[in-house]
Every structure is written in C-alpha cells, then in structure tokens.
Ligand binder design. Structure first.
Ligand SMILES: [Mn+2]
Length: 281
C-alpha cells in the first residue's frame, strides 16, 4: 500500500480538495484482492440475470420486462441495488445513449440494447449486451455487431500493465473507423465519431465510473471495454443501417500478464447468443 503511505504523508502537510482528490483517485484506481472478490460477485449476479433475460426475450415483451428479469436474478443472487439506472432500449432506442425510460414494447425485427450492473456491498458490475428480439441477427445487424466485437477484442488486448489508459479506446476506434469505411457508412476513419460518440473505457469499483488517475495501467485496475456503433434514423448513410445500435461491454482486470475478462461467463459472439436465445426452458 505505497499509495496509502504517500497519501497520509502528503495529506498531513497539505490538505486541500485537489490533493485529496488526487490521492483518493490513486487509492481507488488499483483494487485490493478483497475488492476484486466483491466485484466478481457483483459481475456473476449480473451475468446470471443477463443469461435468463436473453433466454426469455421474445417479441411483445416490453423493455422494462426485459430489465426486470436481469434485476430479479441479480437480486436473487444477493445484489442489494442496481449500480446505476438500467438502460434497456429496443429499436430506435438502442441508438439513444442514456435511454432509461424503458417503456416500449419490443418488435420482432428490432435489436435490444441492455446496459445493466448489479451492486454488491458497494461494488458495481457494468455489462452491455445487444440482442435481436426474435433471436436471429439480420445481415446488417451481423455486420455491425461483428465490427463492434472486433473493436472490443482489440480494446481488451490493450488492457495490460504499462499501457496508457486510453490505448483501449484508440485501438477500438481504429477498428470501428476502418470497418465503417469498408461498409461504405463513412468515407474517412475520422468520421467514425458520428456513430461511435463515447469513450471505450472507465474505471469500475465503488462507483460505476470509478475514480482513477488515467495514467499507465497497473495490475489490479478494473476497467470496462465498451465500444459501440449507433446509426440513428436519418443518418447520412444507406437507410438499411438505420435504427441499428450495438454496444458490447465487459469488465476487465489488468494483471501482471494477460487481461482477464471478469464477465466472460456471459456469451458475446453471435453464434453463442443465438444458441442461448434458441434454448428451450
Ligand atoms: Mn460502462
């Protein structure tokens, strides 16, 4: 706990809001083993809820009913609260970044974007999956989904000790930029921010957007990797893409060696998701 010693020494001499913020950010950025245990529990409760929701999802269900399935199983597993307002948006709502109204009825041909996290003993998970309501991704949805998945894998690969905090974002952005150019949706890579308009990562812990220094990654850092592509109706591209909003979000532990996907229990590939949706129960 070098940070803690340093924080105590410095705070004794110079207590002010900005130095306290800096030292608290250092303390919270790197998780102790006990914190990682609590985070893993919150994530496991969340993945259990997502798995049940994915199996039960069907046309005619409302957004809030899909949300309720995740929350029920998370709370059944021991979660006291959700860590942040649940985002559960179908069709055009999948393109609305902080959509939490969650009242719409879901149509068969829509995608549903679900961003939810159980909180356990103060620590929160943060997971997003995007699913076809009728259980089968269309051709256009498949192309966008696999592009986001490739971007996420590129981002996760940057979650290594010594890498910059924003390296995951740069890697994901480049994959999405190149892919959108290849699909004819944009002309230049630097236009990708029209459809991927948020950062790829944040720290995760006591807050869903936890405190941290945004400096080089250390082992013990837990962070999200969550690229997305959101093509709202009326976007300047072929209308066959309109209404497709996809985000895939997992929670990553930076270690001394390879990144660990703490939420790997929940399927991410189209093949695995379609298989789970087709399961009888
Ligand atoms: Mn997130």
């Amino acid at each position: 706990m070098n940070y803690f010693k340093e924080a105590v020494e410095n705070v004794k001499d110079n207590v002010n809001a900005s130095s306290l913020h800096k030292y608290m950010a250092q303390l919270r950025e790197k998780k102790d083993p006990e914190e990682i245990v609590l985070l893993q529990k919150a994530m496991d409760m969340t993945t259990d809820g997502f798995r049940e929701m994915i199996r039960e999802l069907s046309p005619g269900m409302s957004e809030y009913q899909a949300q309720a399935i995740v929350e029920y199983h998370a709370k059944k597993g021991g979660s006291e609260y959700m860590g942040y307002p649940s985002i559960c948006g179908g069709g055009a709502n999948s393109c609305v970044l902080h959509y939490t109204y969650n009242r719409k009825k879901l149509d068969a041909k829509e995608l549903l974007l679900v961003d939810m996290g159980a909180e356990y003993h103060g620590y929160t998970a943060d997971i997003t999956r995007t699913l076809p309501v009728d259980g089968k991704f269309s051709q256009e949805e498949t192309m966008i989904y696999n592009l986001v998945l490739a971007a996420q894998n590129a981002g996760i690969d940057q979650c290594r000790k010594g890498k910059g905090f924003r390296d995951a974002h740069h890697a994901a952005y480049e994959v999405i930029g190149k892919g959108l150019v290849e699909l004819g949706i944009i002309k230049e890579i630097n236009e990708a921010n029209k459809y991927f308009m948020h950062g790829t990562s944040h720290y995760l812990g006591l807050d869903v957007h936890d405190a941290g220094t945004f400096t080089a990654l250390q082992s013990g850092v837990v962070m999200t990797v969550e690229p997305g592509i959101y093509i709202a109706e009326g976007s300047p591209c072929d209308r066959k893409w309109w209404g497709i909003g996809v985000r895939i979000e997992d929670d990553i532990l930076v270690t001394e060696s390879a990144p660990i996907i703490m939420t790997a229990a929940l399927p991410r590939t189209i093949h695995e998701l379609e298989r789970l949706m087709a399961e009888d129960f």
